[in-house]
Structure formats: C-alpha cells, structure tokens
Design a protein around this ligand. Structure first.
Ligand code: GTQ
Ligand code: FE2
Length: 348
C-alpha cells in the first residue's frame, strides 16, 4: 500500500502533492470524512435467525470434529457492512457455539475477554481457571481476559450458546495474545456450585472488604437465569413500567462485569414497546424468550428466541413485544464511558 497521491489542475500544487506522497505525507485540506458531525458507522443493522444458527451448527456438528487446531465449533456472525471481517459489529465478536453430546472443547486462554449467554440446553460445564461453572438456558457466564477456559458437554443432547468477545477491539489495539492450556483430561466436574458463586453469589452478602479478590472483572462469573428472571419481574412490578432494563454488575463494586463489556437484561411486557434510543458504541442482542419486533435503524426485524441482532453505534433501536419479550444484550459501553465518549439520546 502506498500513500495516496492527490491530484489538482494547478501544476505547481500538483507537484507538491506528488512530493508529499513520495514522503508519505497527506494534505489535511484534501482529506474528507475524517471529522464528521456524527459517527461514521460501517456495520449495518442485521439479524441472524436461531433457526439458521441451529441448523447450520448441527450440520457443522456432524462434519467438523473438535480437536486441536479446530477446537471450537463456532459460527461467527459476520456483519455485511464490515467487508468480510468475521465481526458482528465493529468492536464485538458474536457467534453461535455448538457442542455435541459428551464433547470437550480444550483449555486455552486469550487476552480478548469472552462471555456466553446460553440459548438452550443444560449439562455443559465451562471451567474458568479450573472453577467449574454449570451452563443452563438463560445463564450468563464470564471468561475474563487471560483466564483459562474449556467446555465440557456431559449431557446426551447438544448445546447451543452465544459467545460475545471483545476481539475486534483488542485486535485494533494490537494486544491479542493466545495460549493453549494443559491438555490432561480434567475431571473436576464434581462441584455442583462454582467456587465463584459460593464466595460472591449470595445476594447482599459478601466477604469483608479485606478478604475480597480485586480482579479487573467481576469475581462472580455466573449469573443465573432464575435470578435475572426474578429481578426483571420485580423491577416491572416496582416501576409499573412497560419495559425494564437491568445491568449485570460486579457485586463488589457495582460496576460493569468486565472492563470492556456491559451486559444488560431487558423485558418488555406483551403488547408494549421500549423507548426508541440511540447510544454511541456497538451492541449485540439476543432474544431469550417471547417474540416481537426489533427496530434497528430503518429495519424491522421479526425476532424469536435465539436470534442474534447487530445494533451499530448511534443507530436508533427499540423492542416491540408481541408476547412478553426477554432480551439479553451486551455492548462496549464501559470503554466509551471510561474515555468520556459515551452519549445516549432518547428519540421517542
Ligand atoms: O469458547 O473459547 O466464539 O476462544 C471465539 C473464540 C469462542 C471459546 C468463540 C473462543 C471461544
Ligand atoms: Fe476461548
């Protein structure tokens, strides 16, 4: 790639432009589209349907074994606006991961942080730095930056979940590192409740401050659907509103679960809708229960459980529920917040 050479009818200026290009310099006065009044957004609103994700995951399950070299059976959502990059939105990776009965996805770690939101099934364990976290439908499981993780399906049924990683962001910052884990068979799936939940999963009760771990992420690594469900229904009862959003937080600090990703649960009463809003930063959403319409920019996507949505930066979006609608979403908001770049606007 060479530096762009600008052209102009003025012969003397044109020579200057040639010499600038030779020296790998560019004249700002000719550069358009840098400081735009509002964000330039490359990713486009998009929906991947659960029906296709499940069917294609199943086909991959029959054709592609899991072993070293190809150790995750993952279908990456590729946003049509991103020129073929395997990214769902500019800053976030989103994917459907399909793990067949009794399959094991081996241990590794990487600097991009990951989270899993379980769409269907039960009987998979994710070990995070050796701590066995059970995965069932509706649960949110965290695998923070640089923690070893491996997935074990102990059930007779396949399981499907959504992965979200901050990979595009970490790649843009040129800070991706990856390491394989020890390959011995791990047989530590005896604990029924993870160490993380025993220490940090008791509502309103924590170890005294001096005895708490102080990682950069939430020390609680699993958020159970039963708790989310109860919290959402109580929130709707308490406010009488048509719509509720709750943020998943680090119980020791009340902050986002990980430094790069904000997780939220949304519930819209049947026949109601959420306000039309837009925010800076990119968002991935998935439907857990119910049906309705997701309005994203100019699009009206009919949505069903397991569908994955790309909501690009500064794009107005809202949820309209036919039946009561439960949606999980994650965004890069903590990063925008930390840098003073977060903006939010209600449009309706
Ligand atoms: O489950 O460890 O979707 O490493 C992408 C990269 C999942 C995983 C993804 C990964 C994983
Ligand atoms: Fe991974």
């Amino acid at each position: 790639m060479s530096t762009r050479r600008f052209e102009t009818p003025d012969p003397e200026l044109d020579l200057l432009y040639r010499d600038l290009a030779d020296q790998d310099l560019q004249p700002l006065w000719e550069l358009k589209g840098l400081l735009t009044p509002t964000p330039t957004v490359r990713s486009v609103p998009h929906r991947w349907t659960a029906k296709e994700l499940r069917a294609l995951g199943e086909r991959a399950g029959h054709l592609v074994p899991i072993d070293r070299g190809g150790d995750r059976r993952v279908l990456a959502c590729a946003n049509p606006g991103l020129d073929g990059a395997p990214y769902a939105v500019s800053t976030l990776w989103a994917a459907a991961q399909y793990l067949g009965p009794h399959e094991v996805a081996p241990a590794h770690r990487h600097t991009p942080a990951a989270l899993r939101f379980v769409l269907e099934g039960t009987g998979v364990w994710t070990l995070v730095d050796g701590d066995p976290l059970a995965m069932s439908a509706g649960d949110l499981i965290l695998t923070p930056s640089w923690s070893f993780h491996e997935h074990h399906n102990t059930a007779d049924q396949p399981m499907l979940w959504m992965d979200v990683l901050d990979l595009p962001m970490v790649a843009a910052l040129e800070a991706v590192f990856f390491e394989e884990g020890p390959s011995e068979e791990v047989e530590r799936l005896t604990a029924t409740v993870s160490d993380s939940e025993r220490r940090y999963g008791n509502p309103g009760l924590l170890p005294p401050p001096g005895l708490r771990a102080r990682p950069r992420h939430s020390p609680l690594l699993a958020y159970r659907w039963a708790d989310t469900d109860l919290a959402l229904s109580r929130r709707l009862d308490a406010t009488g509103a048509e719509f509720a959003t709750l943020a998943y937080v680090d119980p020791t600090r009340g902050t986002d679960v990980m430094p790069t990703m904000r997780c939220e649960a949304h519930r819209v009463r049947g026949g109601s809708r959420s306000p039309l809003v837009r925010q800076t930063g990119s968002r991935i959403a998935t439907v857990f229960r119910g049906s309705g319409v997701a309005v994203v920019g100019e699009h009206r996507f009919d949505v069903a459980p397991g569908d994955i949505l790309a909501i690009p930066s500064w794009t107005p979006w809202r949820l309209e529920a036919h039946d009561p609608l439960d949606v999980f979403s994650t965004s890069d908001a903590p990063v925008l917040d930390a840098l003073g770049l977060y903006r939010e606007e209600e449009l309706s």
